[in-house]
Design a protein around this ligand. Structure first.
Ligand SMILES: *Cc1c(COP(=O)(O)O)cnc(C)c1O
Length: 426
């Protein structure tokens, strides 16, 4: 029955059979992911119940947004989920980069030093920090930056971190997900050990974790292991595919207060910021986030196994434990990257009829092809892929807000490769 539907949607019989065999081998993995979703679902539900979320919380405010009960309650819900003293969850935080820039700029002062103990941060942070010259960077405000490179195995160089820390060191920023690098993504426990090490050297260092793509992948978050601030985007995991915009920062009360004064204005802080019409989607999104993240994880594990079994290098490997939702596949040629992305695009709920093409995107040093047919523009909790057209011809993909859709996307990508004679099946 299912096979007939797949065939009617253009999938070749051999491709379907191969993929079903892979699915059959993943039952245990999927059970583990479902169990994690259950733990996190209850964590979120508990926070919603404890804070007595009511229908009034789903209505927004306009204008200044004074006494926005829905916004204030949602921030308490986030604090309870992340076990922090306070949180800032706002549509005025435009994206993940903005949330990270906000938290850094709010908590650092001229003369302070920021350290990344985990090597190069996410591309967009280079301009925030001033690693690449940029107007308004932290560097322009007299905030210095040091980066401690990772060891060859991709893990922390504790000696070098110890040497880097000085009297000036006010804050460290630790990126949980590898993003689009080839280092490992870090587990929450590993991050906890790093934070403990840093605080042992200088207890007042503010430890911030870039939590993008990591939320609800494990049953604890970095704020459970000593992080003073966790930061992320609502058009990734915690928005559950429903939030149309937004970012969050959760952490210590005094640090969140700084963020609020920086986001709005000194003197105003958290008291202003109308939530307009977004609150229902923020609440419903965080409620769905654990199972949506689970769908994205299953899609990633499925894809890793589909392509690994055909001889492609995949990071993480098919069997490895996951710390985020990103999957990289080394396809090895331009033609394969294009075919993969065409397959994902054609399986999208929006813009399935358009064909993605490589182009010279600003900020990249090669052409990039992107597949994204999402309800929320640029949302990367929805099934999406991008591939820089350069050696080693990696495609990075993430998302899938339902597993049946993520699965169909991956099957479609393989179907394109197969139809173009770019792979042969076992
Ligand atoms: C996505 C991401 C960011 C930046 O988020 P944007 O919403 O794209 O600005 C920062 N760090 C990591 C690890 C990310 O995955």
């Amino acid at each position: 029955m299912l096979k007939e539907i797949y065939l009617s949607m253009g999938i070749k019989s051999e491709v379907y059979d191969y993929c079903e065999k892979i699915i059959g081998s993943l039952k245990e993995r999927f059970d583990e992911i479902d169990q994690m979703a259950e733990i996190n679902q209850l964590k979120v539900l508990d926070a919603l119940r404890k804070n007595q979320v009511s229908e009034a919380c789903l209505m927004g405010t306009t204008g200044y947004g004074y006494n926005d009960i829905g916004r204030d309650t949602l921030e308490k819900v986030y604090s309870d989920i992340f076990h922090t003293e306070d949180a800032l969850v706002r549509p005025q935080i435009t994206c993940g980069t903005h949330a990270l820039a906000l938290s850094l700029a709010a908590n650092l002062r001229p003369g302070d030093e920021l350290i990344s103990p985990v090597g190069k941060p996410y591309d967009t942070l280079e301009e925030v920090i001033g690693i690449r010259e940029s107007k308004g960077s932290l560097k322009e405000y007299g905030i210095s930056y040091k980066q401690v490179e990772l060891k060859e195995d991709g893990y922390f160089d504790y000696d070098a971190i110890k040497n880097a820390i000085s009297d000036k060191t006010k804050m460290v920023t630790i990126q949980r997900s590898k993003g689009y690098l080839s280092r490992p993504s870090y587990g929450v426990k590993e991050i906890g050990e790093l934070i403990k090490f840093i605080k042992n050297i200088k207890p007042d260092i503010i430890c911030q974790v870039d939590n993008c793509y990591g939320e609800f992948v494990e049953d604890i978050e970095p704020s459970d292991v000593g992080a003073d601030l966790v930061v992320g985007s609502l058009i990734k995991n915690p928005g559950g595919g429903l939030a149309p915009i937004g970012g969050y920062i959760a952490g210590r009360k005094d640090l969140i207060e700084n963020c609020a004064y920086r986001l709005t204005s000194p003197g105003l802080g958290k008291e202003v910021g109308a939530s307009l019409e977004v609150l229902r989607s923020f609440y419903q999104g965080i409620f769905l986030a654990p199972t949506v993240t689970a769908s994205a994880l299953k899609t990633a594990v499925f894809a890793a196994n589909v392509y690994e079994n055909l001889g492609f290098k995949v990071i993480p490997s098919g069997a490895e434990e996951r710390h985020d939702i990103i999957q990289a596949i080394t396809l090895g040629s331009k033609e394969k990257i294009i075919a993969f992305c065409e397959g994902i695009q054609s399986a999208s709920p929006v813009d399935s009829h358009v064909s993605p093409e490589p182009w010279a995107m600003p900020g990249y040093d090669s052409d990039v092809i992107m597949a994204a047919g999402a309800f929320v523009s640029g949302s990367s909790i929805e099934l999406s892929a991008d591939g820089p057209i350069k050696e080693p011809y990696n495609v990075y993909f993430q998302g899938g807000i339902t597993f049946p859709h993520g699965k169909f996307g991956i099957v479609s990508s393989l179907n394109k490769l197969y139809e173009s004679n770019l792979v042969s099946l076992p």
